[in-house]
Each structure stands twice: as structure tokens, then as C-alpha cells.
Design a protein around this ligand. Structure first.
Ligand code: GLC
Length: 423
């Protein structure tokens, strides 16, 4: 496939997943966004939309803006933006919607959040569009979201945010959660079931955060979530500067610095990889997942530390450097499972390669000057997509595709190729 053919395929996929209209369950508000997959995920997801918007910038920057504006139209008065939004009314919603919401009739807004990548997406859309009016409209909203997170999700005030549910990590059944749920050994079915119980528990507590944290049942300082929050603050600082608000810009930058320091100091394991901390006692969940490489995406990570992560872990063939990198779990971790049976049997994010995590790391590599490694990831991801299409995830050895077909964020391969071209 030529680059142009790949871009056409991506466009076709995004257009096939596009949903537009006025929402009867959101007070007649307009919506225009892509569903992650028409087959298995026919709603709007926060961090998926941010990625879709980045790919839209190559095709139709107006639609890129629409995707993000739709997302912020669902922002709550307190600043929180739901992790998943149903725009179209349904007689009966999938059962999880009732568990993730406190509304019985129209559980359209989830009470959970997603990894905060909105500022990053806004920055990319602005770079391509130069549209200041868009920036003026959306940046204060993004700012409020980050503030909500800091005010409500840092119960111990240590600069690291806590998630209250595995879905908030974006990596639903990541095997680090097995430990959080009390399993001694890797246990995909057990974790799947524990997530259902946790849904019930949080619903029972009406998503009251102080109560949830008091019980300390699932309180995880997640590496990927925190790194993306810091990366978001870094973007937000630049966006405020662009808007001429030096005070807010400096404030975001200093929050980013403090929080990056907390990640680097508290989450680093003895082997140099980064790990989630769980419970109020901040125990380390020692499972080697792709999230442990995420300090690579941060500007604040010292060059030497980035080099160690790349040399000792990312490009280590016993861990993450497999034929189709980057697997979601290191190959030498006991929980690593490169194949997939079903969410219930084998879970998600327990070994296969997903385009999105590789995409973040590719940009991290470029940020720290590792061009060859970034090029290699782009080339091998391209091979995956060309052979199997835009699927949800892939076997890191054989490339076999799994999960949802027509999966929109896998079109990020277009941005990976563009990013390494100039490098
Ligand atoms: C799965 C993924 C999550 C994604 C969602 C929609 O739940 O784990 O990261 O946002 O699907 O694509």
C-alpha cells in the first residue's frame, strides 16, 4: 500500500464510524463523532475520540474539531468529562451503563473518566488548523477537566492521581489489577469477574468519591493515567501561552513539573520500569506492562532515564521488543498471554499489541531522540495494519488480528508514518 492508499483506507474507516445528529437525551445538543467500532463499541469514548481527532486532522480538520467539541458538550458542570457517552436514546442500554451511572432512565453519561489526552489532541488540531477561536472555546474546558481531576482524584495529596476502576486506566484488564484484586497468580477470568463486582460496589456508593476512597477497595495510582495527565498539563501550558495567558501557562507548567517528579520518584521499580501503586499504603503492583514505559512520553523525563527505559526494556527482546512491538505485557512476565480468546476468558490488554499504546511510545521515542526505534515501530505497525486491517489488537508474534473489526483508533498508523517521515 502506498501512503496515499493507507490514508484513503483510514478515511473510509473513520467515515464508516461517524455518527451525527441532535441528541434527544442531551437536551437537543449536536453531536458528530466516530464510534470506536460499529460492531462492539457503538458509543462515544473519551480517549478514543481524542485519537480519532488526531487522524481527522489529515483528512478534514473541521471534523477533527467537531469530534472534540462533541466531547466537551458532555462536560459536567463540575468539570468532569465522562469516559463514555451515549448520544442516541435507547429503550434499554447495555447493563454496564446502569452500573456506571447513577441515572436509571437514561444512563447516558458514565461516572468514570478516561486517561486525560484531550489537551494533547487539542494541541494537534490547533497545529493543523491554526484556529484561535476553536482554542479560545475549548482550552478553558480542558483546563477545568484537569482541575477536577486534581481536586477529586488525589486523596493523599501526593501529586499522583488515583483511578477508582480498571476501565479508567484505558487498559481494562491489565494484569497489574490481578494483584489489586488480591489474586496471587495471574488470573484473567478472576479479574474480569472482580471488575463486575467493583461496578456494583461503586454504584452502591453512588460514585461518591470520598466514600469510595475511604473504603480503599480499588484505589490505584496508575502509571499510564498519571503520565498522560502530566503530558496533558504540558500541552495545556503551551496552549495557554498561545492564548497569551502567561499566568495560567506558568501554573500548568509548574503543576506538570511537580507531578512528573512524583511519577519518577514514587513509581520507579528497582529494575527501572514503572509500576502502579495501589491502596492507601501505596503497594507496588510488580507486573511488567506497557504502562510502565510511559514516562517516555514526558518532556520532564531526564535523557538518561529515557535511555535506560529504551535500552533495558522497550528494545529488550525478552521483554517488549517482539516481532510486532509494543506488546501490552512484557514477554517474560508470568501474566503475558500473546493470544486472545474472549474478554471473559483471556481478558484485554494482557499481551497483544494495540496501535494506540505503540503510538504514544513512538512519539515519546521521537521526543527523546530515538529515531531508529520509532521508525521500526512505525514500519512494523504498518505491516500489521496492511495485512489485517484496522482491528482492535494483534498477536505480537504472528500479527493475527483480534477483537473489534473496523476499529477507528488503529488508523493512528497514519500519524505514526507521518511522524517518522520527517525524523
Ligand atoms: C476497550 C478499551 C478502551 C477503549 C474502549 C473503546 O474498553 O480497553 O481503552 O477506550 O474499548 O474502544
Amino acid at each position: 500500500m502506498t501512503d496515499a492508499e493507507l490514508l484513503t483506507a483510514a478515511e473510509k474507516q473513520l467515515r464508516a464510524n461517524l455518527r451525527q445528529g441532535r441528541s434527544a437525551v442531551h437536551g437537543g445538543k449536536r453531536y458528530s463523532f466516530c464510534v470506536p467500532s460499529n460492531v462492539t463499541y457503538p458509543f462515544q469514548w473519551f480517549w478514543d475520540s481524542c485519537k480519532h481527532a488526531i487522524v481527522w486532522t489529515y483528512i478534514d480538520v473541521g471534523q477533527a474539531k467537531e469530534e472534540l467539541l462533541t466531547l466537551v458538550r458532555a462536560q459536567r458542570r463540575n468539570g468532569r468529562i465522562p469516559h463514555r457517552i451515549a448520544w442516541e436514546p435507547m429503550l434499554l442500554y447495555p447493563y454496564r451503563f446502569y452500573l456506571h451511572s447513577t441515572s436509571f432512565r437514561h444512563p447516558v453519561n458514565s461516572r468514570l473518566v478516561d486517561p486525560p489526552v484531550l489537551a494533547q489532541a487539542v494541541e494537534r488540531v490547533y497545529q493543523r488548523s491554526g484556529d484561535r477561536a476553536f482554542l479560545e472555546r475549548i482550552v478553558p474546558r480542558v483546563d477545568r477537566f484537569h482541575r477536577w481531576l486534581e481536586a477529586n482524584r488525589d486523596p493523599d495529596g501526593d501529586g499522583l492521581l488515583s483511578i477508582i476502576h480498571p476501565y479508567e486506566s484505558g487498559l481494562d484488564h491489565k494484569p497489574s489489577f490481578d494483584i489489586v484484586f488480591g489474586f496471587q497468580r495471574p488470573n484473567a477470568p478472576g479479574t474480569w469477574l472482580a471488575v463486575r463486582w467493583l461496578d456494583l460496589w461503586n454504584r452502591l456508593l453512588s460514585y461518591n468519591l470520598p466514600r469510595i476512597f475511604r473504603f480503599d477497595r480499588f484505589n490505584v495510582e496508575d502509571t499510564l493515567f498519571n503520565c498522560l495527565h502530566v503530558q496533558g498539563l504540558e500541552s495545556l501550558g503551551r496552549l495557554w501561552r498561545e492564548l497569551g495567558d502567561q499566568t495560567r501557562a506558568a501554573e500548568c507548567e509548574s503543576r506538570a513539573r511537580l507531578r512528573a517528579a512524583a511519577v519518577l520518584a514514587k513509581m520507579r521499580g528497582e529494575d527501572g520500569l514503572y509500576y502502579d501503586l495501589y491502596s492507601r499504603h501505596e503497594r507496588m503492583a510488580l507486573v511488567k506492562t506497557v504502562a510502565g514505559l510511559f514516562p517516555l512520553v514526558l518532556e520532564a523525563t531526564p535523557k538518561e532515564e529515557a535511555r535506560r527505559l529504551v535500552r533495558n526494556h522497550l528494545t529488550n527482546e525478552r521483554e517488549f521488543w517482539l516481532p510486532y512491538p509494543v506488546p501490552t505485557v512484557a514477554a517474560d512476565d508470568p501474566s503475558f498471554n500473546p493470544s486472545f480468546q474472549s474478554p471473559r476468558k483471556s481478558g484485554l490488554w494482557r499481551g497483544p499489541t494495540w496501535v494506540s499504546t505503540s503510538w504514544f511510545l513512538l512519539h515519546g521515542l521521537l521526543r527523546h531522540g530515538f529515531k531508529d526505534e520509532a521508525k521500526e515501530i512505525a514500519a512494523r505497525t504498518r505491516r500489521l495494519v496492511e495485512a489485517h486491517g484496522f482491528r482492535e489488537f494483534y498477536n505480537p508474534y504472528t500479527g493475527e488480528a483480534y477483537g473489534a473489526p473496523g476499529f477507528a483508533w488503529s488508523t493512528l498508523v497514519v500519524d505514526m508514518i507521518a511522524a517518522v517521515k520527517g525524523a
